[in-house]
Design a protein around this ligand. Structure first.
Ligand code: ATP
Ligand code: MG
Length: 572
């Protein structure tokens, strides 16, 4: 390929709307252009990267025994109504009608379609296990499309679905996908970590997310430096605090004027924050949810949704609080009817004695509140958000936090979809059994963005060699000098013939301009050919990652040397 021909319009300015570095660099380096919010055209350089990621994915999926197929993007409403998700998927689903007013959606995921496909064709245990995958554009009308390719409304996903006879089979399928994902992200050159994950709206239990570690990541994870434990903060289980041995004291009302936060109350009453309980109120499809955690703890909304069996919660409006007999800033569990309002107590609160909390009246709190004696919760469970330094649930070590980009996720679905969609097989004894399923996603376009988030500097992108759009750029520094230009063409041809993905900057531009673009686009190796070094029979090869410059003798086997440098590129 020739730089003079390639459609890669670079920009000098950083586009204002781009908040994260991958978005900025992909726009500046001429990889993507926006068509509408969260929707992008992949220009030739980006498409090359995506295709390379896809090749790696296909090789590892095929190796793991999965078979590629391609399902329609457009899916009929009926199968979603049958699974019950047409109504629960909500606004994230793009819905359309055909000319006969039949309803369809643009596939956000394909559990329904694949399950009904298999339902029609797979009848016997002899046909199982089965694992199928596809690589395709997915559509989700995200509430906040942002960060370029990281959270798009149309994006490329690899999705795989496994069908097994029993849970032991599912375990084996899950493990082989987990291992394949580990290979895929390793080969893509990412620095990543699999973490225990919440299985979210898709259901089932047992899930891992593959997190590319990056400060710009939207996800927060914890990991234990002492053992292998790592989890999404949404999922992290926490032990309750120890049961208090304090004698229970009589409950007492205290006036706390203008003390609207728990910190202000504790300050005013001169009590430690560990002796207080704070409330967070949510509205949901099941009505008001009042959550209580110790004053210095925070509420994990995912745990709250799971505990209540709802898929969405929002901050409760003041009118709703008042209608339920409480008031914002002074909420407490005493006197609230647990049949009318969902009162969730964090496990730790149930072990506290003589704590302070709101009295459901403006400017009033209680002190010396005690569980069992003073109130009755609807649900007692772990709803606390993990903090750095909390004990590891496996070994007790102190947990650390990091941010990550979710590039993939593996789920055990068990029989959630096969039961809902009556997808059964006949076992050895001729009995009907529901298939045991798993599903496995990779964000292909997000993986490209994650690689840039991890590998860049002030000059541009630093692609891992395995997914770089081209491996080597050849730069003739002076296009007016015929001898060196001819030599550059010759080198370009030799590298291409050796199977190296090479591009030549044949533009009639100053060397400085070419070098700037080379750094911006992030080719792993840059070969400079000019009269000066040619006089010594040499070319200059610069490593984009380390900045190291090496002179290669043209009389020697420079092609093999360059191949060796590429092989080493990601390991240095
Ligand atoms: P998130 O929590 O980031 O919204 P998700 O858990 O809803 O993602 P999955 O249903 O697990 O996503 O989809 C599989 C993979 O697809 C994700 O691991 C992620 O890499 C990718 N993905 C999901 N949503 C988007 C999006 N809006 N834009 C780009 N990639 C996405
Ligand atoms: Mg996910």
């Amino acid at each position: 390929m020739r730089v003079s021909k390639i459609y890669a319009p670079t920009l000098r300015e950083v586009p204002a709307e781009a908040e994260v570095v991958s978005h900025q660099l992909m726009l500046r380096a001429g990889f993507i252009r926006k068509s509408a919010g969260g929707m992008y055209t992949y220009l030739p350089l980006a498409l090359r990267v995506l295709k390379k990621i896809e090749v790696i994915i296909r090789e590892e999926m095929d190796e793991a025994g999965a078979q590629e197929l391609l399902m329609p993007i457009l899916q009929p409403a009926e199968i979603w109504q049958e699974s019950g998700r047409w109504s629960v998927y909500g606004d994230e689903m793009f819905r359309i009608r055909d000319r006969h007013s039949r309803e369809f959606c643009l596939g956000p995921t394909h559990e329904e379609l694949v399950t009904t496909l298999v339902r029609a064709d797979v009848r016997s245990y002899r046909q199982l296990p089965l694992n199928v995958y596809q690589i395709q554009n997915k559509f989700r009308d995200e509430r906040r499309p942002r960060f370029g390719l990281m959270r798009g409304r149309e994006f490329i996903m690899k999705d795989a679905y496994s069908f097994d006879r029993d849970e032991a089979g599912l375990d084996a399928s899950y493990k082989s996908m987990y291992d394949a994902y580990t290979n895929i992200f390793t080969r893509c050159g990412l620095s990543f970590r699999p973490v225990e994950a919440d299985s979210g709206a898709i259901g089932g239990s047992g899930s891992h997310e593959f997190m590319a570690i990056a400060d710009s990541g939207e996800a927060e994870i914890v990991f234990c430096p002492e053992c292998a434990y790592a989890a999404n903060v949404e999922k992290t289980e926490l032990f309750p605090i120890e049961v208090s041995s304090e004698e229970m004291l009589p409950r007492q009302e205290v006036v706390t004027p203008e003390c609207k936060t728990i910190a202000a109350v504790c300050e005013f009453l001169q009590i430690p924050i560990e002796k207080s309980v704070k409330a967070v109120a949510y509205t949901s499809s099941k009505g008001l949810i009042l959550c209580f955690v110790r004053g210095d703890h925070d509420v994990n909304e995912i745990k709250v949704m799971n505990a209540c069996g709802v898929s969405e919660i929002d901050m409760a409006p003041e009118e709703m609080l008042i209608a339920s007999g409480t008031v914002g800033g002074f909420m407490g569990p005493v006197g609230i009817d647990p049949q009318k309002v969902i009162i969730i107590m964090d496990n730790s609160v149930m072990n506290m004695h003589n704590f302070c909390c709101g009295a459901n009246k403006k400017d009033v709190h209680f002190i010396n509140v005690n569980p069992q004696r003073d109130f009755a919760p609807t649900i007692i469970t772990d709803i606390r958000l993990v903090q750095e330094g909390d004990p590891c649930p496996h070994c007790g070590g102190k947990l650390k936090k990091a941010r990550g980009i979710e590039v993939g996720q593996v789920f055990k679905l068990f029989t959630k979809y096969s039961k809902a969609l009556k997808t059964n097989f006949l076992d050895e004894n001729g009995r009907e059994q529901p298939m045991v399923m798993g599903c496995y996603g990779i964000g292909v376009s997000r993986t490209m963005a994650a690689a840039i988030e991890q590998y860049n500097d002030s000059n541009g992108i630093i692609w891992p060699a395995a997914i770089a759009p081209y491996e080597v750029l050849v730069v003739p520094v002076n296009t007016k000098d015929e001898a060196s230009t001819a030599k550059a063409e010759e080198i370009y041809n030799s590298l291409g013939e050796a199977g190296i993905e090479v591009i030549i900057d044949d533009r009639n531009e100053r060397a400085g301009v070419k070098f700037k673009d080379a750094d911006l686009i992030g080719y792993p190796l840059r070969v400079v050919v000019g009269p000066k070094t040619l006089a010594n029979g040499e070319i200059e090869v610069k490593n984009r990652r380390t900045g190291e410059v090496k002179m290669l003798d043209l009389a020697a086997d420079y092609v093999s040397e360059i191949q060796a440098m590429l092989a080493l590129y990601n390991r240095e």
